[in-house]
Design a protein around this ligand. Structure first.
Ligand code: DP6
Length: 362
């Protein structure tokens, strides 16, 4: 993709003095994971994810015209009503990095306020929903000052900017499925932006559920960014990248034919490989906790006994995502409450399901 289409042609200095935009963006859960990158935020392998619905970030930005245009990025940020140093410095770097694509920041100061629907310290990554909500606001404002920006370009630009903030964020823009990274079996797939894959999702996946079991709500011992870099020179990296491509190829068939047994095998294998990569990197990281293993064991055992189509996956942390069809919700939730809640920190879990991506908040 030629990313020059995302550089606005001219900077209009007349017009709006003050404007507020507000967007919501959900988190997503990868079925085949992104782990390892090349260059600036280009994935070492393609990934595919379900877009979620209930775990989202809502961001409001007030754009106020500067007295004189200048090259400084000027913003204030409140996270859940309070200043937040670590998030602010990540946003400062992000805005600096994307300057060429949002040149109107020379003309406007930003007052950003952002909240998450999920608890602050839940161990759930907020960078995917956070950067996509922020990018949605920036592009929405650009559309106001430049109405010629085509809708299709605007949608792609949200994904493109999000990716530069946090790779997985680019997959939150649409739903229920997004693929990011070039794969030969997916016609429109691209390294620069995530796209909706060219497939007809089988009905068994409609309304698919994700119960997020909060085994450990603490901060992760390694950031994703550091984790990705540990794939450089990793002894098993080459095979892992090949495997992810193979998983993607088969996943395209499964998502269409609805083979939930094979779905479970691939999704679980992919998540465990991600953790195996971390365990075998130098330095190594074990991100699962004892309760993570107990949850995985319990899921496998109950699946065997009950025949329920429950599938687990993990991101780079200790919490477990339990995916299952809507039609089995009552039975799975009974199992969650009776057997799994005991392994969750303070008994906490989040009920989520497939969603449709970013939306404007009125
Ligand atoms: C394990 O997108 O958080 O969740 O691009 O450095 O911000 P950065 O990394 P990030 O990595 C997420 C990795 C993952 C798997 C996935 O979502 O594909």
């Amino acid at each position: 993709m030629n990313t020059k289409i995302f550089v606005p042609r001219e900077l209009k200095t007349d017009g709006i003095d003050e404007e507020v935009v507000k967007w919501r963006s959900p988190s997503n859960i990868a079925l085949v994971k992104y782990w390892g990158k090349v260059g600036y935020q280009i994935p070492a392998n393609p990934s595919i994810s379900f877009t979620l619905k209930n775990s989202y970030t809502e961001t409001e930005i007030k754009f106020v015209k500067k007295e004189t245009a200048n090259n400084f990025i000027d913003f204030k940020l409140l996270f859940e009503g309070k200043k937040n140093e670590s998030f602010s410095s990540r946003v400062a770097k992000f805005l600096e990095d994307i300057k060429v694509y949002v040149p109107f920041l020379k003309l406007y100061s930003l007052e950003i306020s952002t909240i998450n629907s999920f608890p602050h310290s839940s161990g759930i990554a907020s960078s995917a929903s956070g950067f996509s909500a922020l990018s949605a606001c920036l592009v929405a404002f650009e559309k106001l000052i430049n109405p010629e920006l085509m809708n299709i370009t605007a949608q792609k630009k949200v994904s493109f900017l999000s990716r530069l903030g946090s790779g997985s964020a680019c997959r939150s823009v649409e739903g229920p499925l997004m693929i990011w990274g070039r794969h030969q079996n997916y016609r429109l797939s691209d390294n620069e932006v995530a796209v909706t894959p060219d497939l007809v999702l089988n009905d068994v996946f409609k309304g698919f559920q994700d119960t997020i079991l909060l085994v450990d709500k603490g901060a992760k011992s390694v950031s994703s960014t550091v984790g990705h870099s540990l794939m450089d020179g990793h002894p098993f990296a080459k095979r892992r990248f090949e495997q992810a491509n193979e998983h993607l190829a088969e996943m395209k068939e499964i998502l269409q034919n609805g083979d939930l047994n094979r779905f479970a095998e691939i999704v679980e294998n992919d998540a465990l490989t991600l953790h195996a990569m971390m365990m075998t990197s130098t330095p190594s990281f074990i991100l699962m906790k004892p309760n993570t293993l107990l949850v995985l064991e319990a899921i496998k055992e109950h699946r065997e006994k009950s025949g329920l189509n429950m599938v687990f996956t993990l991101d780079a942390g200790a919490n477990v995502h339990l995916l299952y069809p809507l039609s089995q919700k009552d039975k799975v939730m009974e199992f969650v409450k009776n057997d799994l809640v005991a392994y969750c920190e303070n008994g906490h879990y989040i009920c989520d399901e497939l969603g449709t991506g970013i939306e404007e908040v009125n």
